[in-house]
Design a binder for this molecule. Structure first.
Ligand code: SF4
Length: 332
């Protein structure tokens, strides 16, 4: 069977796992095309208006697979760690797709819910295997191999590569040659989709900067910094963004930090605010927030990026002369 995987949302985190699982069970995997204006427009037209950009884009990638595959894989991720949740928009994704897009082939839905117990994730994959005709033992073997593949991918990320470097086979700039390091904070489906991020990583590298992304920060470091917060964060991806941002700032690992956010994202709204407050109070590292939506234009994006880099470079030349962060409005 030809199984389509939409190149959107958590594709950038779990593609090695999903690809190997289907491949081990003897299926052919087809990924949707890279994002283009046509893919985005088809998502925007088919999806409800008040969804965020990444959800609309996911619709566009599903539509892009119609006619190319026998079934489309839709992950329903409820929780990926015990006692935590991820954004509710992931929970209703299969239903949103079914009600918004016509002419769909068979949908195969993975139910992944680790809220009570990590073992429930295993059960979700066994059910997924059954849906595509695999026996329990075959699915269990396929999952084991897929997890090993995912583990290798995660190791490369921890060593400093980005998902784009690995999935597109791009060569990252060596840090020793770089003028500095820019920390990028954003959801994987924004940062690593080169149409949506307008090739942000490539542009920074072309200006001579290395990048540090949330996937490069070890989970143990994220847990450590987040344990010092006054309240537990129960959104896994919110925690990942805030924790990796704080770890970058705390360890003075970056010369500047850019938040790439999607208009209408509830999680980003408070994570960005918290990270900016901690930065103003404790670290005072130059920062910029870039918010994208379906109407964002590249010219404005480039101007903001250029201005941010120029500001870091002027500040490095004349330390203390130019305020990179303005006066704190929080009284600290
Ligand atoms: S976390 Fe934000 S950007 Fe991601 S799906 Fe939810 S609302 Fe959209």
């Amino acid at each position: 069977m030809r199984i389509g995987i939409p190149r959107a949302l958590l594709y950038y985190n779990y593609y090695p796992l999903w690809y190997s699982f289907f491949k081990e069970l003897g299926h052919q995997v087809v990924i949707s095309s890279t994002t283009s204006k046509a893919v985005l427009d088809s998502g925007v037209t088919s999806c409800v208006d008040d969804a965020c950009l990444p959800i609309k884009l996911f619709h566009g990638h599903v539509a892009n697979l119609i006619g190319k595959v026998d079934a489309i894989f839709i992950p329903r991720l409820v929780s990926i760690y015990p006692d935590e949740y991820i954004c509710p928009k992931f929970i209703g994704l299969p239903e949103m797709i079914k009600s918004s897009i016509k002419g769909l082939p068979h949908l195969i839905v993975l139910n992944c819910n680790a809220h009570r117990n990590l073992k429930d994730v295993h059960r979700g994959y066994m059910e997924l295997g059954k849906m595509i005709g695999a026996r329990y033992s075959q699915a269990a073997r396929a999952l084991q191999k897929a997890m090993a593949n995912q583990h290798d991918y995660d190791l490369l990320l921890k060593e400093g590569q980005t998902p784009i470097d690995i999935l597109n086979d791009d060569k990252p700039i060596e840090e020793v040659e770089a003028k500095g390091v820019i920390g990028l904070i954003g959801h994987p489906y924004l940062l690593y989709d080169e149409f949506i991020s307008m090739r942000l990583i490539a542009k920074l590298r072309a200006r001579g900067y290395a990048v540090l992304v949330p996937e490069n920060i070890a989970q143990s470091q994220i847990e450590e910094v987040c344990a010092q917060l006054p309240k537990k964060l129960f959104w896994s991806y919110g925690k990942k963004l805030l924790g990796s941002g704080l770890a970058m700032l705390k360890g003075k690992k970056v010369d500047g930090i850019i938040f790439l956010s999607s208009f209408g994202c509830g999680i980003d709204a408070f994570i960005v605010e918290l990270l900016q407050r901690y930065n103003h109070r404790l670290y005072r590292i130059p920062s910029a927030l870039i918010t994208v939506d379906e109407h964002s234009g590249e010219a404005g994006f480039n101007t903001r990026l250029e201005a941010f880099i120029d500001m870091i470079e002027w500040r490095n030349r004349r330390e203390g002369y130019i305020s990179a962060y303005g006066t704190s409005v929080f009284g600290h």
